[in-house]
Design a protein around this ligand. Structure first.
Ligand code: ARG
Length: 476
């Protein structure tokens, strides 16, 4: 993903300008028409694998040299030229040829143009099938680390907010109806818990990415004495893949990452839905920074939470990309099929989307202000303290079902009398419902005390939320 910025775009795909860039021209007398060639070319998408392709080729040629498959000097020459190509690309002195068929053909053609016969030796014992599987895995290992970093940064922002708001009471909801008092810190820790699991899912997926397919060839390895352990080691993989057909045929690692991305995007979409609701005039819990809001072209008064809405909407892409990959793999005959070329665009889009969404979400949250007075005020009037009243009676020995009925009756009495909270009833009125009520009920039903009394592990009590923050910080 970051390679995009360093590789310059060049002209769009058309018929190949140089014969040498088509690796299979020897077999077929007739060339495809320009439009057909462009249809099957993948350079537009796989150009971002360029540095991974070069890394893979460097490891491959050095191994070919060590094994005596090509002369050692030729291996050194090829390795040096590949390093130069990478430098030139990074410095913007060389562009990826947008007319090449794919990134693999581009690099091999370039080597051949620069080094002649030495360039023609690079593909010994290799196929684009194991090459692309390798490049993809190398790229994904890097991309995955970048997303984990974005999650960690986002968690830092969220947990600082949570820490500042462990005593900020607000209504918690079920069915979007006021349910029980919580704190903003508790709510944010709920979000953070999901993101932390997202990060651990990526760590887990990395294990399955960490096998090197190089040496699998087109599907059945090679008759040449390749050293698969050596290339796997030099490219930083834990081990070579077990089976050469599986290596070129499967993309379960891509499906898995697309699912991981879709889960992250689903989490973000829910957090953003909360934000959109909170930003409404009716709630007024959050005031998004002006720089993280947009206006309306017609309604002069508008300040819209577009960023939150768009992050919410981007989830659709990631869900679609996951479906694309599942459908792509379904029913494909073993081993490699050209269908697999469609894998990268979908997953690249999910990775880019999730990375951008995390960055935007973080910026939006870091600059937002919370209206703690509105939040506290919203705890009054919805009888969020009703469960606390019932549990008060349970603590005094009343069976829960009876306590529930008693509290419900008090709520009905309040509504009839136009009272906003259970604490508005006199002790006499309360005692009419149950003799177990004493003066201490009034303190117990204050929202902050309802929250403080919920000190079970995982609960909203400030001391408990501070523990949750510590645990989550420990995972960053
Ligand atoms: N562009 C191809 C892909 O992304 C590379 C492998 C092509 N192999 C082949 N035999 N046509 O899958």
């Amino acid at each position: 993903m970051e390679t995009d910025k360093t590789v310059n775009e060049s002209s769009s795909s058309a018929a190949p300008s140089r014969e040498s860039s088509v690796l299979w021209a020897g077999r077929l007398a007739e060339k495809p028409e320009a439009e057909a060639f462009a249809f099957q070319a993948s350079i537009r998408v796989d150009r971002r694998l360029v540095f991974d392709d070069i890394a893979g080729s460097r490891s491959h040629v050095m191994m070919l040299g060590k094994q005596g498959i090509i002369p050692a000097e030729t291996a050194g020459l090829l390795d040096g030229e590949l390093a130069r190509i990478a430098e030139e690309l990074a410095a913007g002195k060389l562009d990826v040829d947008g007319e090449a068929e794919d990134i693999h053909s581009f690099i091999e053609a370039l080597l051949t143009r620069r080094l002649g016969d030495a360039g023609r030796m690079v593909h010994a014992g290799r196929s684009r099938n194991d090459q692309v599987a390798l490049d993809f895995r190398l790229y994904l290992k890097r991309a995955l680390a970048l997303i984990r970093d974005e999650i960690a940064e986002t968690l830092r922002v969220l947990l600082n907010l949570a820490e500042a708001h462990t005593e900020t009471v607000m209504p918690g909801y079920t069915h979007l109806q006021r349910a029980q008092p919580v704190t903003l810190g508790h709510w944010i820790c709920a979000w953070a818990s999901g993101l932390e699991r997202d990060s651990s899912r990526l760590t887990d997926a990395r294990k399955r990415l960490d096998e090197c397919p190089l040496g699998s060839g087109a599907l059945a390895g090679s008759t040449l004495p390749l050293d698969r352990e050596e290339t796997a080691r030099s490219l930083g993989f834990a081990r070579p893949t077990l089976n050469s057909m599986d290596s070129v045929a499967d993309r379960d690692f891509a499906i898995e990452l697309a699912a991981d991305c879709a889960i992250i995007a689903t989490h973000l979409s829910r957090f953003c839905e909360d934000i959109v609701i909170w930003a409404s005039e009716e709630f007024g819990f959050i005031d998004l920074a002006e720089s993280w809001s947009t206006g309306s072209s017609i309604m002069p008064q508008k300040k819209n939470p577009d960023f939150a809405e768009l992050i919410r909407g981007k989830q659709a892409r990631t869900a679609g990309n996951l479906m694309t990959l599942l459908s792509l793999l379904k029913g494909l005959p073993y081993a490699y099929d050209k269908d697999l070329q469609e894998d990268k665009e979908a997953l690249f889009d999910s990775l880019d989307t999730v990375r951008n969404c995390l960055r935007m979400f973080r910026g939006m949250m870091g600059s937002a202000r919370f209206n703690v007075t509105r939040m506290a005020a919203a705890c009054i009037g919805g009888f969020l303290e009703a469960t606390d009243a019932a549990e008060y009676l349970v603590r005094k020995g009343m069976p829960f079902r009876k306590a529930h009925e008693t509290a419900a009756r008090i709520v009905r009495d309040c509504i009839e009398a136009g009272q906003k909270r259970i604490g508005d009833r006199s002790l006499e009125q309360l005692k009419d419902c149950s003799a177990l009520f004493e003066n201490d009920i009034y303190k117990a039903l204050e929202p902050i005390n309802c929250v403080r009394a919920r000190g079970l592990p995982g609960g909203p009590a400030p001391v408990e939320v501070r523990c949750q923050i510590d645990v989550l910080r420990g995972h960053i």
